[in-house]
Ligand binder design. Structure first.
Ligand code: NAD
Length: 466
């Protein structure tokens, strides 16, 4: 299978998707290793994960280099690598506390006490997308490993290069390499994985998510879905305009807007709308494409070629329906790659694709609102409910509006914070996902079944017996 390079447009890399038999053999190997991994206890697993962190740091430059070729951008690749190292430390701490010895609990019956145990699912399958290939392949894998599961990851076929140096870092840790593997392949391999794992964590489009959900239902296995978004931001007149414009510029166009949690719709209180638009345009025009070199600017290429077509179609549809482009607005080919200039759009309305469908590009459509009820109705006028942002003069005022937004994570006086902050527990609302939180301490509980030992502690006859 040929892999395209997003900076050159050349197909300069190849992967060999696993056959069904190879996948089955890999899953059997990992299942076998899982028993020792579980029996190693939390202290053994913490030791192995810390050893992985050390070996990852030795391979860090190679992982960043491969990831940069996969995605065409470097700033975000460094961020992904740094988040991996900090995630290992965080989960080691959380797992240590979760598995600490607990006293038995009394029950309602004086001579029966309860001992609780946690039983990991043997094999977790992680299926991940191309927009943050490393981060989204480890965000569920690390807590699953800490819980005592074996994990097999099938990253996107669009961005597979980083797997090789990453797997090399895993292979340096004897206990870990028996339970943690990356496999190459596209949708068919992902579908095959759903047939073989005991639990699936899927991150990707809502369309594919539905297929995964259906296939998992047939096998009666749990599935956690993290899907698309169309995140809104609401800016009140009381907000700090400089802060709001700088934050929203980052939250909308970082990673060239190719983030599920990108701000894709900006609603601004009408009294400050002209000034807001002017400042955002000024700041947008300071950004540069990261071409010809990684360091030439902040905006990388569109990673997956078909996405450039979707962004272009949303821009075309918006302009045809009356939207005005104040800066950007075009997709250009440079060096064989597809590049989209950060774009500010005004005179937009909810019927445009750019205001209703996931664009996944560096596009900032801005719409004025009059009154909070209107802002909330506009923000909630979507099938998605991933996250959002509110800017106001006080955090209290912003939170009171955030409570009314149907989404699992609302950044207050900043935007897209779930890209960086992974400690808050959140679930995806509406068509943006399904299942328990992937962030915060509770995320690890998704990977374990609960078992209760109901223990008679006195040799007495139970009064309910015949
Ligand atoms: P995609 O749905 O096309 O592919 C995602 C993964 O699923 C890939 O690894 C692919 O090979 C695999 N796949 C395809 N068909 C499959 C099948 N039938 N069974 C099992 N696996 C299959 O998504 P994409 O284009 O790679 O990623 C972009 C999408 O991901 C966007 O919609 C974005 O919003 C979403 N996303 C969501 C989050 C989140 O946390 N909610 C994070 C990042 C990206």
């Amino acid at each position: 299978m040929q892999v395209r390079n997003p900076r050159t447009g050349q197909f300069d890399y190849e992967i060999q998707p696993l056959s069904a038999a190879q996948l089955l053999a890999q899953c059997a190997r990992l299942r076998q290793g899982q028993t020792a991994w579980e029996n190693a206890g939390v202290a053994g697993r913490i030791g192995a994960m810390q050893a992985w962190k050390e070996s990852f740091l030795r391979h860090r430059d190679a992982v960043i280099a491969a990831l940069s070729v996969d995605t065409g951008r470097r700033i975000e690749s460094v961020l992904e690598a740094d988040l991996l190292a900090s995630a290992i430390d965080r989960w080691c701490r959380i797992a240590g506390e979760l598995f600490s010895e607990r006293e038995n609990k009394p029950s309602a019956v004086p001579f029966i006490e309860i001992e609780q145990a946690l039983v990991p699912y043997p094999l977790v399958g992680v299926i991940s997308p191309w927009n943050f290939p490393l981060l989204l392949s480890i965000i569920d894998s690390i807590p699953a490993l800490m819980a005592g599961c074996a994990v097999v990851v099938k990253p996107s076929e669009v961005t597979p290069r980083f797997m090789v140096p990453l797997q090399a870092s895993i292979d340096e840790v004897p206990l870990l390499r028996e339970v943690f593997a990356y496999i190459a392949g596209a949708g068919a391999t992902g579908a095959e994985l759903v047939q073989n794992a005991d639990l699936i964590c899927f991150t990707g489009s809502t369309t594919t998510g539905k297929k995964v959900y259906q296939a998992a239902a047939e096998r009666f296995i749990p599935v956690f879905l993290e899907l698309g978004g169309k995140d809104p931001a609401i800016v009140l007149a009381s907000a700090d305009l400089e802060m709001a414009t700088s934050s929203l510029l980052w939250g909308s166009v970082v990673n060239a807007g190719q983030s599920c949690l990108s701000i894709e719709r900006i609603y601004v209180e009408d009294s400050i709308y002209p000034l807001f638009v002017q400042r955002l345009v000024e700041k947008t025009q300071r950004l540069r494409l990261a071409f010809p070199d990684y360091d030439s600017g902040q905006i990388g290429p569109i990673i997956a070629a078909p996405q450039a077509g979707i962004i272009a179609e949303h821009l075309r549809d918006a302009v045809a329906k009356g939207a005005k482009v104040l800066t950007g607005g075009q997709i250009e080919q440079h060096g064989g790659g597809e590049w989209c200039f950060p774009t500010v759009l005004v005179d937009v309305h909810p019927d445009m694709k750019v205001m209703s469908e996931e664009t996944f590009g560096p596009i900032m459509p801005i719409m004025p609102f009059h009154g909070i009820a209107e802002a909330v109705a506009l923000a909630n006028g979507t099938v998605y409910g991933l996250s959002g942002a509110v800017f106001a003069g006080t955090n209290e005022e912003a939170i009171s509006i955030g409570r009314q937004i149907q989404g699992g994570a609302i950044s207050i006086n900043d935007s897209a914070l779930t890209a960086i902050i992974h400690e808050g527990e959140k679930t995806s609302f509406k068509m943006s996902g399904l299942g328990g939180t992937r962030m915060g301490p509770a995320a690890i509980k998704r990977f374990m079944r609960q078992k209760a030992f109901l223990i008679k502690n006195q040799p007495v006859a139970s009064p309910w017996w015949f």
